[in-house]
Design a protein around this ligand. Structure first.
Ligand code: ATP
Length: 759
C-alpha cells in the first residue's frame, strides 16, 4: 500500500493536451486509485484481524459448553471467544466466535436438554457443561460452572466495577432475553421496551456486531445507522464495536439529520432548546399554546391531519412561485399551478412535479433560443474578461467538435458562439432551480394549513378526524414563528415530511438496518418520516416509556412506540420486553422502581449497595457545601465517574459555577461531544442513556426548579436511574412529592447539619 502511494504518479500517464488524452489520463488515474483503495481495504481488514488476534492472545475465550448431540457417543467441547480461531492446519475450530450459531446454546440454555436451529435442521441434545472463564494476560483468573443464568458471579463482578466512561461489550454475559434481540433476523421492526439499565443499548451494539458477522460479505458497517440521543452518547458507545473487532456503524442524531435535510433556509431549534423551554420555571407568554402544539404535533392524529392535507393538495392548494429568467417572468405561479393541476390526477404528486419541471425546462429552452438575439447578450459579450473569454472558447470547443478546425477568426461566428455561451451561463442557475423544484413554495404551502381554517377543516375531514380543541392557539403560535423563518423542533419533521411528500422523498436505499436508541422520545411523525427515509431498512427501536422526557411526553398513547408499531404489519413486528435491570445496585433499583407506575415489574439484579440518601438544606449555600464535601469524598473513594445531574442547562451553569474549586469539574452542554471520566455537572436530558458510578441529584425538592409537577416524574426517574453504585438526592427546603409516602422506606434521610452529612 505504501509502495503504491509512493509511486502513484509514476504509474499513471497524465496528459491534458486534448479531450482524448484527458479521458485516458482520467481512466488511468481511476484505475490506479482503485488498485490503491483495494489494497487499503485489505490492509484495514488485516490490521483489524491482527488486533483481534492480539486480544485473543491475552484472553482467548470466555466460555465453554459441552454438548452431547442426540445419537452421538461423546460430547463436543466448544470454546467461545470474541472471534473464531482454527488450528494450524486450518481444519478444526479451537475457538468459536460468540456469534456462531452454536454459541446460542451457551446464551439460551442452562445445563440440561437443549436444542439448536441450524441450516440443516433442528439439533437436539444435552448441554452437559456450561463454564465461564475470566482470562487476563493469558492466565485464567477465575472460572465458574454456571446454572440457570449466565454467571451470576461473573455478572456480579462485571457490574460491580467502576465505570470508565466507555460502554463495555457484554459478550461474556449476554442474557437470554438480550440474545433474542441480538440475533433477531426475522422482523422488519423489532421493538424493545426495557427498564432503565436493562441493557437495551448494550444489546443494540452487540446486535450490530452480530449482523456484521452473520451477513459478512453482503453487509458492511456503512449500511447500518444508529440514531443516538446526543453527540456525547456517540463517544460513549464508540469503543464497543472496535473492541469486538468490528468497524463502527454510522452514528447520527435525529437533529443532525433534520438539519442536513432542512439546509440553511431556516433557523432550526434543537430538541434541548425545546426541552429547556418546556422545563423553564418562569413560563413565557404563549407557553400554553406552544406546549399544546408540541403535544398535538407529536400525535398520530397530526400525522393523519397532514396526510389529509396532502390528500387535499393533490387536488388543489399547492402554492407555486413565479419562475424568472433575467428578471422577466417565464411562468407565473398561477400558470405553473394551472399546468400542475391540469395533469392527470391519478399521477402521484411528486411525479406530476417532475412533469411540471420538464414543462418549465421546455419553456426555458424556447426562451434561451430567443435570448440569443437580445441586446443584453451583446453587452455581456463586451464585458467578458480575458479569462472568461478563454473559458468560453474552451467550453465551446468541447461542446462543438467542429470548432476544432475552426477558429474565432470570423467576427460574426465568434459573436454568435460567445452569445451562445453567455446565454447558456445565464440559463444554468434557472435550470438548476427548476430541477430542484424550487418553484414550489413549500413554506407557504405548509403555512396555509395553519393560516386558513377552512383548509384545515377540509384536511381533517379528508382524514376522517377532528381538529383538536386548541387548534386556534396552536395555529397562531406556529404562524408567528414560521413567518420569522424560525423552525421549532416540533415543526421541523412535519414540515420536511410535507416537503418530501410533495417533491418526492430522497430515500436512502443502501442502509439495511436502522437502530434507534431512546426511541420513546421520538414522535409519531418522526417515525413516519424515518420509515419513508429508509424504505428498505429493518428497524430496531429500543426505549423505555418510563423515561419519556421530551416536551411532548404527555401527548399520550398515540405517540412514539405505539405509532411506530402501527406503521408496520403485525406479522413483521416483534416486541421484546426486558424487565431485569443490571446497571444499578439492588437498593437503587428498589428505590427507583417506586417512582413509576408498574415499577414492581422491574427486577433488580442482586447486587448489594447503599440505600440512596436524601439530604435537605435550608439554603443554597448549605446545599453546595454538602455537595462539595460529598464530591471530594466520592473522588477519594475511587469513583471514576461522578455526576451532579441538574434539571436544566441553565441550572447546570449556576451549579457548576458554585462548585468550582472542588477540583476539575466539567460542565456538559448540548454540544459536548466526548464522555470523559471525572466529575461532571450535566443537565438531566443529556444524562440520558449514559451512567455514572455515583449520581448527585440537584435538586430533589418540589420547587419549580426541582421535581414537583407530575410531568417531572419521568425526568426524575431517568435522572435517578443513571446511578450504578451510589445515589444522593439534594433538596432545597424540603423533599419533593415523589419522595413522600411508601417510598420513604427505600431511602435514608439525613437532615442533620451540613457538617454531619458529609461524614
Ligand atoms: N448481560 C449483561 N452483562 C453485563 N453487563 C450488562 C448486561 N446487560 C447490561 N449490562 C450493563 O448494564 C448497564 C446498563 O446497560 P445499558 O446502558 O445497555 O441499558 P439501557 O437499557 O440502554 O439503559 P437506559 O435505558 O437506562 O439508558 C451497562 O453498564 C451494561 O454494561
Amino acid at each position: 500500500m505504501v509502495d503504491i502511494r509512493k509511486n502513484f504518479w509514476d504509474d499513471v500517464t497524465v496528459n491534458f493536451e486534448d479531450a482524448v488524452e484527458m479521458a485516458e489520463s482520467f481512466a488511468s488515474l481511476k484505475q490506479q486509485a482503485e488498485v490503491l483503495s483495494e489494497r487499503e481495504r485489505t490492509h484495514r481488514h488485516a490490521a483489524q484481524q491482527l488486533k483481534t488476534l492480539r486480544k485473543l492472545k491475552s484472553s482467548p475465550y470466555f466460555g465453554r459448553i459441552d454438548f452431547l448431540e442426540d445419537g452421538e457417543s461423546s460430547a463436543d467441547e466448544v470454546y467461545l471467544g470474541i472471534s473464531s480461531l482454527r488450528d494450524r492446519a486450518d481444519e478444526h475450530y479451537l475457538i468459536y466466535d460468540w456469534r456462531a450459531p452454536i454459541a446460542s446454546l451457551y446464551y439460551d440454555y442452562p445445563p440440561g436438554p437443549a436444542q439448536l436451529q441450524t441450516p440443516a435442521g433442528l439439533i437436539r441434545g444435552d448441554l452437559q457443561l456450561k463454564r465461564q472463564f475470566v482470562i487476563r494476560d493469558g492466565e485464567i483468573v477465575s472460572l465458574f460452572d454456571t446454572g440457570v443464568t449466565i454467571g451470576d458471579e461473573l455478572l456480579q463482578e462485571v457490574l460491580g466495577r467502576q465505570s470508565d466512561a466507555q460502554m463495555r461489550s457484554i459478550v461474556g454475559t449476554i442474557q437470554r432475553e438480550q440474545n433474542r434481540i441480538i440475533r433477531n433476523e426475522r422482523s422488519r421492526l423489532l421493538l424493545v421496551q426495557g427498564a432503565a439499565g436493562s441493557g437495551k443499548t448494550s444489546a443494540a451494539l452487540q446486535r450490530v456486531a452480530y449482523l456484521l458477522y452473520r451477513f459478512r460479505g453482503t453487509l458492511n458497517a456503512d449500511q447500518i445507522v444508529l440514531f443516538s440521543p446526543n453527540p456525547m452518547f456517540n463517544s460513549y458507545v464508540s469503543t464497543v464495536l472496535p473492541e469486538l473487532g468490528e468497524e463502527n456503524m454510522q452514528q447520527t442524531t435525529f437533529q443532525d439529520y433534520l438539519a442536513a435535510r432542512l439546509g440553511h433556509s431556516f433557523k432550526l431549534e434543537n430538541p434541548y432548546a425545546q426541552l429547556e423551554y418546556a422545563l423553564r420555571a418562569e413560563k413565557e407568554p404563549g407557553y400554553e399554546a406552544r406546549m399544546a402544539g408540541i403535544r398535538y404535533k407529536a400525535t398520530m392524529g397530526f400525522v393523519r391531519l397532514i396526510d389529509g392535507y396532502l390528500g387535499v393538495l393533490g387536488g388543489a392548494g399547492i402554492i407555486f412561485r413565479d419562475v424568472r429568467f433575467k428578471e422577466e417572468v417565464l411562468a407565473t405561479g398561477e400558470e405553473i399551478g394551472a399546468h400542475f393541476y391540469g395533469l392527470d390526477r391519478s399521477i402521484a404528486v411528486p411525479n406530476r412535479m417532475r412533469l411540471t419541471a420538464e414543462w418549465l425546462l421546455g419553456l426555458l429552452k424556447t426562451r434561451q433560443r430567443a435570448a440569443l438575439k437580445e441586446d443584453w447578450v451583446d453587452q455581456a459579450i463586451d464585458l467578458l474578461d480575458k479569462e472568461t473569454y478563454l473559458r468560453a472558447y474552451q467550453t465551446l470547443r468541447r461542446q462543438n467538435r467542429k470548432l476544432k478546425d475552426e477558429s474565432f477568426d470570423d467576427f460574426d461566428r465568434e459573436r454568435e458562439l460567445l452569445g451562445q455561451y453567455v446565454v447558456m451561463e445565464a440559463v444554468k442557475p434557472v435550470r438548476s432551480r427548476i430541477k430542484k423544484l424550487t418553484f414550489v413554495d413549500v413554506r407557504s404551502t405548509f403555512l396555509r394549513l395553519f393560516l386558513n381554517s377552512e383548509i384545515a377543516a377540509h384536511a381533517a375531514a379528508h382524514a376522517g378526524i377532528e381538529l383538536p380543541e386548541s387548534w386556534e392557539p396552536i395555529c397562531k403560535d406556529t404562524i408567528d414563528r414560521l413567518l420569522l423563518k424560525k423552525m421549532a423542533y416540533e415543526d421541523a419533521t412535519p414540515f420536511l415530511y410535507v416537503v418530501e411528500r410533495i417533491r418526492g422523498f430522497q430515500t436512502n436505499t443502501s442502509v439495511r438496518h436502522v437502530l434507534i436508541d431512546e426511541a420513546q422520545d421520538y414522535t409519531a411523525f418522526q417515525f413516519a418520516y424515518l420509515q419513508r427515509l429508509f424504505p428498505f431498512s429493518r428497524i430496531t427501536a429500543l426505549g423505555d416509556l418510563n423515561q419519556s422526557i421530551q416536551a411532548h411526553a404527555d401527548a399520550g398513547e398515540s405517540t412514539g412506540f405505539t405509532a411506530l408499531a402501527a406503521l408496520y404489519e403485525a406479522s413483521d413486528t416483534e416486541t421484546i420486553v426486558l424487565k431485569q435491570s443490571y446497571r444499578s445496585t439492588r437498593p437503587i433499583v428498589e428505590f427507583t422502581s417506586m417512582l413509576i407506575a408498574g415499577g414492581e415489574e422491574i427486577q433488580p439484579f442482586n447486587r448489594d449497595g447503599l440505600k440512596p440518601k436524601l439530604m435537605v438544606a435550608e439554603d443554597r449555600d448549605a446545599l453546595y457545601k454538602m455537595i462539595r464535601a460529598k464530591l471530594t469524598l466520592l473522588a477519594t473513594q475511587g469513583n471514576r465517574t461522578i455526576a451532579v445531574i441538574c434539571k436544566t442547562a441553565a441550572q447546570s451553569l449556576v451549579v457548576h459555577e458554585a462548585l468550582l474549586g472542588v477540583g476539575p469539574i466539567r460542565l456538559v452542554e448540548s454540544e459536548t461531544s466526548t464522555f470523559e471520566p471525572g466529575i461532571v455537572v450535566i443537565p438531566s436530558y443529556l444524562a440520558k442513556g449514559v451512567e455514572f458510578d455515583a449520581v448527585l441529584v440537584y435538586d430533589a425538592s418540589g420547587s419549580p426548579t426541582g421535581y414537583g409537577q407530575e410531568s417531572d416524574r419521568r425526568l426524575f426517574y431517568t435522572v435517578c436511574t443513571r446511578a450504578m453504585h451510589e445515589l444522593y438526592l439534594y433538596a432545597l427546603g424540603s423533599a419533593g412529592p415523589f419522595l413522600q409516602g411508601p417510598i420513604e422506606a427505600y431511602y435514608e434521610s439525613a437532615e442533620e447539619s451540613a457538617d454531619l452529612q458529609t461524614n
